[in-house]
Design a binder for this molecule. Structure first.
Ligand SMILES: *Cc1c(COP(=O)(O)O)cnc(C)c1O
Length: 372
């Protein structure tokens, strides 16, 4: 296989036809309203609530601050159970709110929290569970709900990866107390940067709106200690236009995934996730696991090999959060052996709707030839 002429990155941000974006930007000039819950923000909020099939949603400048606000609004204290197989954001948001992250292991089937290992981690300090719908695969939402009810714990889902996913026709944002979706440029659906909280309890709405705007109630009243996490009109405009294309984008990604699966299925030591019955998937990522013994090379070897061919895969999530410099002294990675196993073997391959299928074939060919 020869090297790709142009680099193939692990993802490529979706951009809509520029004319459609310009039309929305013209509205900003007409309204002279740039941020602070403008008309485009309102319209986008309505459309995204409908698309996600949820009852309520609140928009934010990014996903991380949305999660931060959710933790504040639900007044989480003490300890929160989460997993180390995630992006820095999840754990940082917990930690920065003065709450202790407690790491539960993941399951080897889909890398989400292993529900059978949660109960032993619950103490009288535990206030919530913050599970992650990793790579767009839903957690065991029913199992989690049972535990939450039994121990009276809140659940905030890190739903950053799972935009547009449905379980038996139900929008994934309906589960738990709150879900946080990220609308960052690298995600399946973007509003340049952005975040959404979805929730069933309408009482949360007021608190979210307050906290994302400095706790200001009216010009002469500041009722809460808040921050600035508002989505602006330029972001909302991008989101509004991109919503027109999200189904098409997911369909294209589905074809890319199908091609990857076809081309990789006979390579010894390379495994990948399968679709689940009853789930509408979003094909956010294409992670593979590299088994050194069967494949004959390590994940790191393959990562380098791909790079030599101008293919930029990503070791995601690696390192685990409990291996980060800022956390490793407080945790033992041996406590989450499955996460360790997966983190050391996982590689996410280039994945985006406009990735040509012949390129996918070539990427797989590089992987195949390297194994011999
Ligand atoms: C992207 C991401 C976030 C943070 O979202 P931003 O919009 O980038 O702030 C949080 N958690 C996970 C798992 C993510 O992938």
């Amino acid at each position: 296989m020869k090297k790709f002429e142009k680099p193939i990155m692990v993802t490529q941000s979706f951009l809509p036809p520029i004319e459609e974006y310009k039309e929305q930007i013209d509205r900003i000039w007409e309204n002279n309203w740039v941020t602070n819950q403008g008309p485009i923000h309102k319209e986008f909020n309505k459309c995204i609530t409908k698309y996600l099939k949820v009852n309520n949603s609140t928009l934010f400048v990014n996903g991380h601050l949305a999660l931060d606000v959710a933790i504040k609004a639900l007044n989480l204290k003490g300890e929160v159970i989460t997993t180390p197989f995630t992006f820095a954001s999840t754990t940082h948001a917990i930690k920065m709110n003065g709450v202790k992250p407690v790491f539960c292991d993941i399951n080897v089937e889909d890398y989400t929290i292993d529900v059978s290992k949660i109960e032993r981690l619950i103490t009288k300090e535990t206030s919530a569970i913050i599970p992650v719908h990793v790579f767009g695969t839903p957690c065991d939402v029913e199992g989690l709900q049972k535990i939450a009810e039994k121990y009276k714990l809140k659940i905030i889902y890190d739903a950053a990866h799972i935009f547009g996913v449905e379980v038996n026709g139900v929008g994934i944002g309906n589960f738990g107390d709150v879900s946080m979706f990220s609308l960052h440029a690298t995600k399946v659906f973007n509003s340049i940067e952005g975040g959404v909280l979805t929730y069933n309890n309408l009482d949360y709405k007021r608190q979210f709106d307050l906290l994302k705007n400095f706790g200001i109630t009216d010009p002469e009243t500041v009722e809460a200690v808040g921050l600035n996490a508002k989505m602006n009109e330029f972001q909302a405009a991008m989101g509004l236009v991109n919503l027109r294309y999200i189904d098409e984008e997911i369909n294209k990604r589905k074809k890319v995934v199908k091609k990857y699966r076809e081309c990789l299925k006979d390579i010894q030591g390379i495994t990948y996730l399968k679709d689940k019955i009853g789930i509408r998937h979003n094909y956010a990522y294409f992670p593979i696991l590299v088994d050194e013994i069967e494949y004959g090379k390590t994940r790191n070897d393959l990562f380098k090999k791909l790079k030599e061919h101008n293919v930029f895969a990503r070791k995601y999530f690696y390192p685990l959060v409990n291996e980060y410099d800022c956390y490793k002294n407080d945790y033992n990675v041996e406590d989450t052996p499955v996460a360790k196993y997966v983190g050391d073997r996982v590689l996410t391959l280039p994945m985006y709707g406009s990735l040509e299928l012949d390129k996918v074939e070539n990427i797989c060919e590089i992987i195949k030839q390297f194994s011999k």
